[in-house]
Design a binder for this molecule. Structure first.
Ligand SMILES: [Fe+2]
Ligand SMILES: [Fe+2]
Length: 207
């Protein structure tokens, strides 16, 4: 790690938290038409999409932290690339929240800081563990998004289109890490990751 990495990391943090993200790929909800949603359905969809937006803030932060401390330059580059890909998810969830007339989580700076620190620790553990952390994160997110598809209002075709594209992408990210030799993390670490994610998702649904 050197001072340049730190500056790049800090710059990305500010941009992630402050500015609207952009997407290269088309918005997955473009062709989808949501039914007229009731007030409760709107609020529920907004809560879930706020959770997903915060999840993507965490993904950015994790990858940036991991890239900062990774010693292998090839992996460092791949992690930077992955972080950029996640900005599309950030853009999509942000846009859907706007459409739903809802805001992003007020605690995003907190989620970012915590995730960045976790990523930096994973990066220090060496490539196999760093990749293992990546694959476990992506698999947990993939599962979590599957759960959202079960609970999002059936009529909310727009949110559903976004979430299912994200789920496909996260599965691909996990596969990439596994193909590169990711270690399987020990059960206690996986459990702690699940618990941490639970705190974030429960809070971001409301705040
Ligand atoms: Fe993502
Ligand atoms: Fe991902």
């Amino acid at each position: 790690m050197n001072i340049d990495d730190l500056i790049v990391g800090f710059d990305r943090a500010l941009r992630t938290l402050a500015s609207a993200s952009t997407s290269v790929r088309p918005y997955p909800a473009e062709q989808a038409e949501s039914a007229d949603l009731g007030e409760d359905e709107m609020a529920h969809a907004a809560g879930l999409m706020r959770v997903n937006h915060s999840g993507e803030i965490c993904a950015q932060a994790l990858y940036s932290g991991q890239a900062m401390t990774a010693s292998n330059p090839v992996l460092k580059g791949e992690l930077d690339q992955a972080a950029r890909e996640e900005t599309e998810h950030l853009a999509w969830t942000e846009r859907r929240l706007e459409e739903l007339g809802a805001r992003t989580s007020l605690l995003n700076p907190l989620w970012y800081a915590g995730s960045f620190a976790m990523g930096a620790i994973a990066g220090l553990a060496g490539d196999r563990w760093n990749l293992g952390f990546l694959s476990e994160t992506e698999r947990q997110v993939e599962q979590h998004l599957g759960g959202h598809l079960d609970t999002l209002p059936q009529g909310d075709a727009r949110s559903r289109a976004i979430v299912s594209q994200m789920r496909t992408d996260e599965g691909r990210h996990a596969q990439m890490a596994e193909d590169r030799g990711a270690a399987r993390l020990p059960l206690p670490i996986r459990a702690v990751m699940r618990m941490t994610a639970k705190v974030m998702t429960t809070t971001a649904y409301r705040v």
